[in-house]
Structures are given as C-alpha cells and as structure tokens.
Design a protein around this ligand. Structure first.
Ligand code: ATP
Length: 711
C-alpha cells in the first residue's frame, strides 16, 4: 500500500497516484528517511513508512518537479535490479577467471574465520577454497633467489615440515580487485595442475590482517637459464633430450588441462638437484578455450620465444604458442645461444621470417591477423631452418622444423612431439637422476655476475672521471636532466632484501618471518663464489641467457632511455633496448625515418593506454622495420656490434624521467617502470570497470524513471 509523501510539505499529486494507492498527503514525520548512498541519487531518499510499515522511496520534489511516492513494490524492484547487477558482476569474475572467483557469502565468512584476509576471500575465494593460510612465523627466510617482474623469490625453511621451500612474494595491490584476481588466477591454475614436471604450489602465507601474500613452492636449485649460462656447461645430446622430454611432458599435462602457459623460457624451467625439470611461473598462464570464443591478448610470451602470430596481433590461439617457445628452447640447447634474439617486435618478426620463411598467402588469408597489412614482407623469404641448423642430428632438426613452423597449425601438439623420432632415435634421453649435480645456479646468479662485471666497467669509467677531477669513488654518480650531479647510494639489486634477511638477529623480521640464525647469516653474507667467477663472461650472451628478449610482452616499456655504450643491453626490456640502441645509432647516423617510427608506434598496441608514459617517448623511436633489413641483411654481423658493441667509458644513462641514474641501477629502474606501467594498466582496467558500473547504474535509474512514470 502506498501513500504520497513530500519531504518539504504535504503534497497531493494525483497524477502520480495509481488507483490502488492511497493518494492522501503524508507528513514527513510519518516516515523515517535515510539518504540514499549514491551521489547519483542525491535527490532520492530511502524511507520507512512508519504508518504503513513498508519501505518506500522519496524523490525530492525540488528536483523532480513533484513529490513522488514509491511503495515497497518499487523498493523491491530496486533491490531486484541491484541484486541482478551484483550477480552479473560476479558472473563476469567467474567468466574471466573460471573457478578463481567469488564464493558464497557463507563460505567467504568461513574463510575469513579460518584466517584468510577479507580482500582475498572476497575476490578469489575459489582459488583458496579448502586451504588454510600458513603463518609467516612458521618459515625462516634464508636468502633471495629470484627476482621476477611481478615477484621476489626467497629460499626459506619450512620449520613445521623441516624442509627447504621457495617463497614467492607476488606484487599486487590488495585494494584493487583486478590485481587480486590476476594473482588469484595464477594460484587457481597452479592448483589445477598436478604433474612431476609442473611446479607444485604447496601453500599460501598470509593472515587475516595481512595485505601481502607469499606462494609456497617446492624448492628448485636451478633454472635452465642459470644452468646453461654456467661457465663450462655444455649439455650432451641425451641430456638435451632428457630436458626436452620433461618440458614436453609438463606442457602436455598443462594443455590437457586446458592451460596455456604463455611464457615458456629458460628461466621459467626450474631444475632440481635430481635433474627433474618443472615448468614454473604461471603468472601469464590462461585457461584455454578450445572453441576460441573469447579473444585472448597477443601481448604474452617473452619476445625471443614469441611466435609470429602473436607478433602479428593474433587474439585467437591455442597450444601452438607454447610449442613455438619450446622449439626456440630446443634450438638454443643445441646451438648454445638463442636462435631468435630480436631486440624489438619488428626485428623479432623479421628474424623469424628470415629463418622460417615468410608465410604463405593462404596463411595471411586464413589467420586474418591485425598487423598483417603492416608487417607482411614485400618479398617472400625462403625457409632456411635446415641450412642454419645443419649441424643438428636429423631427428632433432625434424622436431625443430615442426615446432618452429610459421603456420601454427603445423606445430602439432606436445603429445605428438613426445612421440617423435627425436625421443626414440639413438642416443636416447638420459635418466634425470644421471644428470650431473651442479652448485645452485639461477638466472639471478648470472645477473649478479653481470652486475659485478658492470661494476668493473664502471670502475674503469670512474678512473677516467677521476682523471677529470671527479672525487667520489664509492657512490654511483647520477645526473638530473639539467646535468647537475646527484649522489645515489651504491646499489646492489638485492641489498634491501639481504639486509632485511641478514641484517637483524631478532627472532622475527617486521614481515613476521623467522630469520636465519646468525651463523647462517654470516655464511650467507659471504659473496657466493659462483656469483663472481669469470666476471669477464658478463657480456656473454650465450645459451639461455636473459637479454632483451626476456622481457615479458606485457612489460615492454616504451619510454626514452639512452644508455651508454658499455651498458649491457641484455638486461633491458626489449623496447627500451631498441630505443637505447637507436638513440645511439641516431648519434652516429643521422635522423630517423618517421614512417618507420609510425609503423613501430602502431605496433605497440595496448601500451597506448599508458599515455602518461608514452608522452615521454617522442624523442626516440624504433627504427627497425622491413626496409632496414636490407642494411642488416647485407651486413648483419657488422651492424649489430655497431649498435650494441662496447664502446669506451660513458657511464651515464639518460632517462626521460626525473633522475638520471647510473648503469648499476638500470635493472631496478626498469623494473620500477614496469611496475608503474602495470599499475597504469590496472588503473585503466579499474576505471573501465567503474564506467561499466556507472552505465549499469544509469540503466537502473532509467528503469526506475520508467517504473515511476508508469506508476
Ligand atoms: N620454486 C622455486 N624454487 C627455486 N627458485 C624459484 C622457484 N620459483 C621461482 N624461482 C626463481 O625466481 C625467479 C622468478 O620467479 P618467477 O619466474 O615465478 O617470477 P615472475 O615475477 O613471474 O618472473 P618473470 O618476470 O621472470 O616472469 C625464477 O626465474 C627462479 O629463478
């Protein structure tokens, strides 16, 4: 039953009163009002009709021209619409990350009672379902063993189970549900997989009040990049087969469970002391849709391992993307160096076409690739895989030919590869347990070796500066854009974490972890021998060594950086490296070609969203394209040293940001940039979602108006 109300005075508006309502005016004192929460309803009031004992809604007549009454029917309608909207939002979460999404409120309550933080349970209840969080003080952090773009990884002792584990601290913003969902997807996918060649997630460390999360993994002593870059290591054919067999078995398991890894590369293939290889880092993994209904992003897979269709912008793809990367690993294991080390997406594609032949007309017709018009080479390239890899045993070449087919449909499957002659022809794969035992070796160790060598280089540069009267020899010198010198602390990329870990002998660190006893800390403080052995290898870019191609697709930066000639570009993300090289090149060979710039900029795709960063780009441009290939083709071996060779002693890095930092910190700086770009992207997504919500709200509002009108 409804009555007329006015906020300011009694109003009789018979136009608005259906017959079944009592159309008498009512005094405001007869209703208990509360302002509706949303600003979009700033003129609306939720109210309780004390007389009729029903929920009503008041719209302030000052704005709407007349006082309106909405009876409990309309209130129900609002509730219903709001509920629908909530359900749709929840369904969207589940569709995005099937299984990783929300759980029923009751389950959420149970999870929070069990110690999970609300922000996690509310967004990713499904991913943590059935698990209890582990407490930080049941682990003793030992040392930092890995630094990913999204994470830091530590070796730690699980004091309850008395075993060594790896703790991955994932970087995300717990107040941003998109960011939490992204992280939850990794957890959810890891929980779906159970195979000896896939890393096992053993638990999660967090607490109700915590805003961070650690993933607990079985500990793996090596990664393939670190292992392969160790001085003196050359894998035998049975060993290569052994690693390849394990990689393909793990992949086969992922693919059979509908998971695409989308970042297969050496540093993500972990190896333990028993020679067991496990695929790790599912941060970019995705649930694979065999019917290809939902488009996927093409900005995945680290550049050197990225298949041509992704470089061309494909958004419908499947297991073949992982098989391409696997082919690159196979070639690399045999040749001892990356087979397609492009510095930019354009150059990457060019290298692929030069090696694998340019795609057929049928390919372009069938695949409808977004960037086809721009990157279709004007003249065809002949495939020369067999010539290039003629030293490879025939069975290995056969498998390589299949895996790096330009046409994704020719790459087969992991199961198919496992049945290939490569694994049945002599010599057979060796048993993992027969593999040699190596001292711990990780990509990070290799980076430390590089850094050490860079410091040597910096010291040489410093001597030159000292000759010119520069005094400070202990701190790195950095410059403001105006050329003013600033001092920055001598930085080791791990220094803060190391001091956190080793610097205190208190029982627990601030983060709640136990710390290693002093004795161990002392031992660990000693520089690890393998970090510094053969520092002259630092510029070595041999097998599975991270370089520009190791930057993840979504993490490529697009801002202006000029690096001195003796900065090791292998540590820069691809776009930065290319721009760096080009800026150098520009100094040497005059102006850039603007149409190539436009072409390259068109190719940068979604990064456009990050206008704040891109605005700084204008000064440097990507120069590589198919027109430049003639220069490169003609003299590729001499051109690259010209771009990337080590010149004499400049130690400054010019960045378009506020600070100019020295080369020792470039990794950290780029990582920070990467992080910020991720942040921008996340915010953009978040804003988009908010706009979506606003639209939904507007739809509700308009429905209300029409209900009101018809009422
Ligand atoms: N279970 C583990 N045992 C030992 N080391 C590990 C383990 N997991 C990861 N690491 C080390 O930490 C590094 C970073 O981990 P991971 O690749 O999972 O993080 P990420 O942030 O996704 O990194 P990336 O930017 O390379 O993708 C790895 O290259 C590896 O060396």
């Amino acid at each position: 039953m409804g009555c007329m109300y006015s906020k300011s005075s009694a109003v009789d508006d018979s136009r608005e009163s259906p017959k079944d309502r009592v159309s008498s005016s009512r005094r405001l004192s007869e209703v208990k009002t509360s302002r509706l929460d949303s600003s979009r309803r700033e003129n609306g009031f939720r109210a309780r009709d004390k007389v009729g004992d029903v929920n009503v809604m008041l719209i302030d007549k000052k704005v709407n021209g007349s006082a309106r009454l909405y009876d409990d029917q309309i209130e129900k309608k609002i509730d219903h619409l709001q509920k629908q909207r909530r359900e749709r939002a929840e369904a969207a979460v589940v569709a995005d990350y099937p299984g990783a999404g929300r759980v029923l409120k009751a389950v959420e309550g149970e999870q929070v009672a069990a110690g999970w933080p609300v922000w996690l349970s509310a967004v990713a209840g499904e991913a943590i379902k059935g698990w209890l969080p582990r407490r930080a003080d049941t682990f003793e952090k030992l040392d930092k063993i890995g630094q990913g773009t999204y994470s830091s990884v530590y070796r730690a002792r699980d004091v309850i189970n008395n075993k060594i584990v790896a703790l991955k601290r994932v970087r995300f913003d717990n107040l941003d549900s998109e960011s939490v969902k992204f992280m939850a997807r990794e957890i959810h996918i890891l929980r779906m997989l159970d195979h000896p060649n896939v890393i096992k997630l053993e638990g999660l460390i967090t607490s109700r009040m915590s805003c961070s999360l650690y993933l607990v993994f079985e500990y793996m002593e090596h990664d393939l990049t670190g292992l392969a870059s160790r001085p003196g290591i050359k894998f035998s054919e049975p060993q290569i087969k052994c690693y390849m067999k394990q990689l393909l078995s793990g992949l086969d398991h992922c693919h059979k469970h509908g998971i695409l890894h989308r970042d297969i590369k050496g540093s993500n293939l972990l190896i333990d002391n028993n020679g067991i290889l496990k695929i790790a880092d599912f941060g970019l993994a995705s649930v694979f849709d065999p019917h290809q209904t939902a488009p996927l992003t093409s900005r995945v897979v680290t550049l050197w391992y990225r298949p041509p269709e992704l470089l061309l912008g494909a958004s419908r793809y499947g297991v073949e993307v992982d098989l391409w990367s696997t082919g690159c690993i196979l070639g690399e294991l045999y040749t001892g160096k990356p087979i397609l080390p492009g510095k930019t997406e354009v150059e990457q594609l060019h290298k692929i076409f030069k090696l694998c032949g340019s795609p057929s007309d049928d390919y372009w017709r069938r695949l409808h690739l977004p960037h086809a018009a721009v990157f279709k080479p004007p003249q065809p390239y002949r495939r020369c895989v067999a010539d290039t890899f003629k030293e490879l045993p025939p069975a290995a070449l056969g498998l390589l030919e299949t895996l790096i087919s330009v046409d994704p449909s020719q790459r087969g499957t992991a199961a198919f590869a496992l049945r290939s002659e490569f694994f049945t022809a002599s010599p057979l794969p060796c048993d993992p347990s027969s593999l040699p035992k190596y001292p711990p070796s990780k990509e990070i160790d290799m980076k430390l070796r590089e850094e050490e060598a860079r410091r040597h280089g910096a010291a040489r540069g410093k001597n030159e500066l000292e000759k010119k009267g520069t005094k400070d020899s202990r701190s790195n010198t950095a410059y403001y854009p105006n050329g003013e010198k600033i001092q920055v602390k001598q930085g080791h990329s791990n220094s803060s974490s190391r001091s956190e870990i080793f610097g205190s002998h208190q029982e627990k660190t601030v983060s709640g972890f136990l710390v290693a006893p002093p004795k161990q800390a002392r031992v660990s403080k000693e520089p690890r021998k393998d970090y510094v052995e053969q520092p002259d290898r630092a510029s070595y870019s041999g097998p599975l060594v991270p370089g520009p191609g190791y930057s993840k697709a979504g993490k490529e930066l697009d801002h202006s950086v000029t690096v001195s000639r003796n900065t090791n570009l292998s540590t820069l993300s691809s776009l930065v490296a290319s721009r760096t090289a080009l800026a150098r090149d520009k100094q040497k060979s005059g102006p850039l070609v603007s149409d190539l710039v436009n072409q390259a900029n068109r190719f940068s795709g979604p990064i456009r969203e990050m206008e704040p960063v891109r605005k700084q780009d204008r000064r440097s441009h990507v120069r590589m394209d198919f027109d430049s290939r003639s220069r490169e083709d003609g003299n590729s071996s001499t051109k690259e040293p010209a771009l990337y060779g080590c010149g004499a002693g400049q130690n400054k890095i010019y960045v378009s940001g506020p600070l100019l930092v020295s080369s020792n910190n470039v990794d950290q700086m780029l990582k920070e940039h990467d992080r910020r770009i991720q942040e921008y992207a996340r915010r953009a997504r978040h804003d988009k979602a908010r706009v979506g919500k606003d639209h939904a709200q507007a739809a509700v509002d308009s429905k209300l108006v029409s209900v009101r009108g018809s009422g």
